[in-house]
Write a protein that binds this ligand. Structure first.
Ligand code: FES
Length: 570
């Protein structure tokens, strides 16, 4: 098989000429023949002025290059799309599959024997792993790492759990303009990803658990020198994979690895978005992932990591307590430690090297968990025949079993227009319902599931209500919030049938979410909706492709033509 510069020659009908031409051009950059004969390690560059989370990417790239060269291979850096949560319109999720396609196709198209992908902001690691899994070239993932914490008036602050909490306090009149402006400058005090257990941290922990990155890669803070050394070590590891030809993603992304990832996701109090992304990654393999398995795992796996938004600490504290290797050690027989990793060994090696930190209380033993059961539950019922998700670890205990009157918002725009209306007929016992916010309906399944508490209730001290939608929610948010209702309302899911005044029952113990309306009445309503226009199909471009091919949340919101089907041969 062709290696290095000889891989994937451009089609001119004459391979000799194609290689001659390729060498002629690359020599313009000053490379020697010795360099060009080496195995090649590609390195993705996702630095962007629009992506402050990846602000340390240039330094990490230099370190990865150094590691590759120390190991005798040739590093080649190439750009791919970069996505930041706050700079992507209409939503970063809308662009995740585009980044996955870009990453996949650029790895495929260019000559490399292994690749290091550097990412971190929420959608980037999932996109990169989805792409890498489809190409199946040896891949090492280097997360950019979490930010360090901020401080305000003696209080520790973290993006973006505290962004939401303090903004709610401002909305409720508890914090004036001057103070909220001061807080704004302190919530994200360094480059790196959000330092709570949001989607970025969840995906970094999952990546390490899947064996796609080196030990401790999920938790070393972005500005620390240790992260730069990790990048150098990752470069060396990738050079070894380039020579040895593996392990490849298909060697690592096995059913036991996905099971381990689900165990870790439950034990860390992970982001609900992690479910969608892990499903999408598994969908690129022959194995798939099923929501009921996640729920079954959650009944056995306790929450052991005490991080915001469901706990008290931040990622740097998780790191100093021993990170993922220590967590795996505490989980013991709940994880399969024989799963291989890119470091050439297994998770058992990571655990053997896990640091013992006396007195730390961030990663608990199983005998003293934060919560006896996992953080996420999967609900079904007449409102969510395809499933819905609730992060019970971040919910209000008394609301987990709740029946209330529905207050329906037709869209994000409708919600924004009416939620703070002093005349809105709403009480703290009602259930706020938001629809047309799913993968096709919004489009892009925005993180609108964290419906704000109506201002008039916030001012009365109401901190949480049951809220349900077909949207997603930031992993940094908290509340009794049912998400990812599938099928979404825009494709005729039962959420479309709810009317203000109906009663909705959330039965977390029974894993159900139900609309308490007679079946005949629901049929009448469905018949009434039959002629209603569906979402408008965009006329052109990526938006049209997205609308025509995006799958529902229970299939990871990937495009239908990008998935592998369970059981399909490699
Ligand atoms: Fe990038 Fe939170 S905005 S990880």
């Amino acid at each position: 098989m062709a290696r290095g510069l000889r891989k994937g020659l451009t089609s001119y009908g004459d391979d000799g000429f194609a290689l001659f031409l390729r060498k002629a051009f690359i020599k313009a950059m000053g490379y020697s023949d010795d360099a060009l004969e080496r195995p090649i390690v590609g390195i993705t560059n996702t630095f962007s002025d629009f992506n402050p989370c990846h602000g340390n990417a240039p330094q990490l790239i230099e370190a990865v290059k150094r590691g590759v060269m120390l190991a005798g291979a040739m590093p080649m850096v190439f750009p791919t799309i970069s996505i930041h949560e706050s700079f992507a319109h209409p939503t970063s999720m809308f662009l995740r599959n585009l980044m996955a396609m870009d990453t996949e196709e650029m790895i495929r198209a260019q000559p490399m024997d292994a690749v290091v992908v550097i990412g971190g902001c929420d959608k980037t690691l999932p996109a990169q792993i989805m792409g890498a899994a489809s190409v199946d070239l040896p891949t090492v993932v280097v997360p950019v790492g979490p930010m360090v914490v901020g401080h305000h008036r003696g209080e520790v602050l973290g993006a973006c759990t505290d962004c939401r909490r303090l903004w709610s306090a401002h909305r409720a009149g508890e914090m004036d303009e001057e103070e909220i402006a001061a807080v704004n400058g302190r919530l994200a005090p360094s480059v790196g990803t959000c330092m709570v257990m949001g989607t970025a941290s969840t995906m970094a922990c999952i990546t390490e658990t899947l064996g796609l990155s080196l030990p401790m890669s999920a938790s070393i803070p972005a500005p620390h020198a240790e992260r730069v050394r990790l990048a150098e070590a990752s470069g060396k590891a990738a050079a070894r994979l380039a020579v040895e030809g593996g392990p490849k993603p298909s060697d690592l992304l096995t059913p036991r690895a996905f099971r381990n990832a689900m165990v870790v996701m439950q034990a860390i109090g992970g982001s609900t978005n992690g479910i969608v992304h892990l499903t999408a990654i598994a969908g690129r393999t022959p194995h798939g992932l099923d929501l009921d398995t996640l729920d079954e795992i959650g009944r056995k796996v306790p929450v052991l990591v005490d991080l915001k938004p469901s706990g008290a600490h931040y990622m740097e504290h998780f790191h100093h307590a021993g990170g993922v290797p220590k967590l795996l050690a505490q989980l013991g027989d709940l994880v399969d430690l024989d799963a291989p990793t890119v470091s050439g060994g297994t998770l058992r090696d990571s655990v053997a090297n896990a640091e013992d930190v006396p007195g730390q209380d961030v990663i608990r033993p199983r005998t003293d968990p934060i919560k006896a059961q996992g953080s996420m539950v999967v609900l079904r019922g007449n409102l969510a025949p395809g499933g819905a998700v609730l992060k019970q670890a971040a919910a209000t205990e008394r609301l987990l079993q709740h029946t209330g009157r529905a207050v329906v918002f037709e869209s994000v725009t409708d919600m924004a227009a009416r939620i703070d209306d002093p005349d809105l007929d709403v009480t703290a016992d009602d259930v706020l319902v938001l629809r047309n916010t799913g993968p096709k309906g919004a489009p892009g399944m925005p993180e609108a599931g964290y419906l704000p508490i109506p201002k008039k209730l916030g001012r009365q001290g109401v901190k949480d209500m049951v809220r349900i939608s077909d949207a997603r929610m930031s992993g940094t948010a908290f509340g009794t919030i049912v998400l990812h209702i599938t099928p979404e309302s825009a494709v005729g899911g039962p959420l479309a049938l709810v009317r203000t005044g109906d009663r909705i029952r959330l039965d977390t113990a029974g894993r159900r979410i139900d609309l308490l309306v007679e079946a005949e009445e629901l049929e009448r309503r469905r018949a009434g909706l039959a002629g209603a226009p569906g979402p408008v199909l965009p006329e052109r471009g990526y938006a049209r492709l997205f609308s025509q091919t995006v799958l529902q949340a229970d299939e990871g919101c990937d495009f239908d033509f990008l998935r592998r089907h369970p059981g399909e041969d490699a």
